[in-house]
Design a protein around this ligand. Sequence first.
Ligand SMILES: C[S@@+](CC[C@H](N)C(=O)[O-])C[C@H]1O[C@@H](n2cnc3c(N)ncnc32)[C@H](O)[C@@H]1O
Length: 203
Amino acid sequence: MGRFSDYLASQCGNPRGAIGKTMTWAMNRVNGFMYNGIVKNLYLSEDTKILDIGFGNGYLESLIYRKAKCSVYGIDISDDMVKAASEKNKNGIKNGDIHLSVGDCCDLAFENRSFDIVTTMNTIYFWNDTLRGLQEIYRVLNDTGIFYNAVLTKEGLDKMFYTKNGFKKFENHEYAEMGQKVGFQKISFRHLGKYGLLIIYEK
Ligand SMILES: C[S@@+](CC[C@H](N)C(=O)[O-])C[C@H]1O[C@@H](n2cnc3c(N)ncnc32)[C@H](O)[C@@H]1O
């Protein structure tokens, strides 16, 4: 069980090949309440410029673009996910609105203050250096920018058999403390179902 659960955890943190595709497909189904929770909270217009970190198969990008034909950027460490997400979002890419590439949130290849909104969902557990990732997000947000971080609570993650290794699990207060440390002025929480949490960081 140990090796199997570690393999699943590694696929969550860096989905690859057919198994990675299947797992991200399953995430789209199981985590519907989280995608909807983020999208419902976003104030978007066609002028909005948004960055999503760790997009997996690009399902969130497709929902965002359905809500508003805005500029959507995304980065993910997995080559295979860039391919899968590009296929799912081919119309937005063809229109010149969606831009997906390989990248690591701890070293964002964007200018300071490039985005109105940054989102991420179920990725912060896997960043090599959590504070560095948050600093980078703070840096690329404009002065009124907002970061939406959708996570499963520590209690929720602890209920899943494959999260023992490979997942960094944070208590709610740690999410707030890390955000304050990198400079966010206002941090608020919205519950998404029983075990989901949307943490909203404002500059
Ligand atoms: C559990 S999946 C979630 C995918 C997507 N956000 C969703 O909810 O459908 C985690 C994703 O984060 C990506 N990821 C992990 N660490 C990352 C990092 N440091 N920078 C960017 N993406 C990362 C993985 O490659 C994977 O696609």
